[in-house]
Design a protein around this ligand. Structure first.
Ligand code: DC
Length: 429
């Protein structure tokens, strides 16, 4: 499951520049779908086909290879292994690209290709039909617009910077022509998705548009993350308290520490998982709950619940209390239920703060849960500096082949050791 931001709008609305900047700031892979249509158009021109030779163009699409490669933040476009980054912006391509993009079969195949480019990634994708056709379920849809005159002005400045000579009238004419072709084509025309947010950038600077879009994305992410704790039976009051606390604590940690999260892709997008981390200290441990992309129900020692504030917080965030040193059947049942509900279960196998350093015997509860249920363990190393906390998620450990109702002691020990070694390594990154 990827996180998709769709940016649609007419030619020259600033989508390219803005998408790149937002993507860089929010660590989203930016995909400019116009590139794919431009590459095909270039191939059509090179072959000498006319835009009316539709069958030949559709056939050509199967013969070409389009690649977008990134190196040190620089993007290069390859058509059949040849660097065409500059060529696809030529005036000749501008003239024909809209007509090539009108062909229904071309649009169908391009959309497929664009969806493939986004698989498993968090992306900001710009084009004409991303929110309406390529990703109708995108997490966020934005329609970026500006008057044709303003767009022509911007294109002209861009061209001047690149040393390309064109007249304002010529550019305006091309923009109006492309708007018209893009908006009136039969298949997936350029139009605003019903649930898109409209931004008219005519009188806005690039920085203002970037800031506005970042705010929209962050608000949606925030709302999604705080919602992830909700359960069907939760009362309105419990949900509200949880959201307020979650919001305050998250911001508190963000203000006091610089939070760096690595390897988030190792957290399964869906289904149950077990998170096991090193036990730093009582103040730093909640960062996993607060910054994990999925809900994690942690197991904590019952003594903590004697403190009324911790008891309240624990209940608010569904922390599972466990009586240490005893067979706590109730805690085990609750943990198994969490996994059966396809949620995350969190444990600190050291059992106590900096347990490994103190030489305590590492608990094998996590290994037991993994072997009993066949669910994967995601090791996590939390590293705390003076004003920085780094959370490193490691590759999921799969012990499903040893799944058993009564795991053997040796297997439990083996899994526990392997898991702890992974956690220790992750604290060194
Ligand atoms: O964004 P751009 O100017 O590079 O796009 C070039 C052309 O490609 C544009 O005129 C219409 C077409 N296009 C499209 O039809 N659908 C998209 N998703 C992206 C671009």
């Amino acid at each position: 499951m990827s996180f998709i931001v769709a940016i649609d709008g007419p030619a020259g609305a600033g989508k390219g520049t803005i998408t790149k900047l937002v993507g860089k700031k929010l660590n989203l892979v930016n995909i400019d779908t116009g590139i794919t249509y431009r590459c095909l158009t270039l191939a059509v021109i090179e072959k000498g086909y006319s835009v009316d030779e539709k069958e030949k163009i559709v056939k050509l699409l199967d013969e070409i290879k389009i690649q977008i490669k990134r190196n040190n933040g620089e993007e290069k476009v390859f058509l059949n292994n040849v660097d065409v980054t500059k060529e696809i912006r030529m005036q000749k391509v501008n003239e024909f690209v809209s007509q090539v993009s009108v062909i229904p079969e071309v649009r169908y195949k391009m959309a497929e290709f664009q969806r493939k480019m986004a698989v498993g990634k968090n992306v900001i994708m710009e084009g004409r039909d991303i929110g309406t056709n390529v990703f109708p379920n995108a997490n966020i849809k934005i329609y970026l617009d500006a008057t044709p005159e303003e767009r022509a002005k911007r294109r002209m400045l861009q061209n001047e910077e690149k040393g390309i000579k064109t007249s304002y009238d010529e550019i305006l004419e091309n923009i109006i022509f492309r708007d018209n072709t893009d908006k009136t084509r039969k298949v997936s025309p350029l139009k605003m998705a019903e649930d898109a947010i409209y931004i008219d950038s005519t009188n806005m600077s690039i920085e203002q548009v970037v800031e506005k879009i970042i705010k929209i994305i962050e608000d949606v992410k925030l709302a999604n993350s705080s919602k992830k704790f909700d359960k069907p039976g939760d009362s309105w009051w419990k949900k509200t308290q949880r959201r307020v606390i979650w919001f305050l604590f998250r911001n508190f940690y963000k203000i006091v520490y610089r939070i760096e999260v690595n390897g988030e892709e190792n957290i399964p997008k869906e289904g149950a998982f077990i998170i096991c981390g090193n036990h730093v200290d009582f103040v730093k441990v909640p960062v996993i709950v607060l910054f994990c992309p999925r809900k994690v129900n942690f197991i904590a020692k019952a003594e903590l619940f004697k403190n009324p504030i911790l008891n309240w917080l624990g209940n608010l965030f569904d922390v599972i209390s466990v009586k240490r040193g005893k067979q706590d059947v109730d805690s085990m049942k609750r943990s198994l239920k969490v996994l059966a509900n396809n949620e995350g279960l969190g444990l600190f196998p050291e059992g106590t703060r900096h347990g490994l350093e103190k030489g305590v015997k590492v608990k094998n509860g996590a290994a037991f849960m993994a072997l009993r249920t066949g669910k994967k363990i995601v090791p996590v190393g939390v590293k705390v500096g003076r004003n920085k906390i780094v959370i490193n998620y490691g590759k999921p450990l799969d012990y499903s082949e040893y799944k058993s109702k009564n795991p053997e002691k040796e297997v439990l020990e083996k899994v526990t050791t392997e898991m702890m070694n992974n956690i220790v390594e992750l604290t060194k990154i």
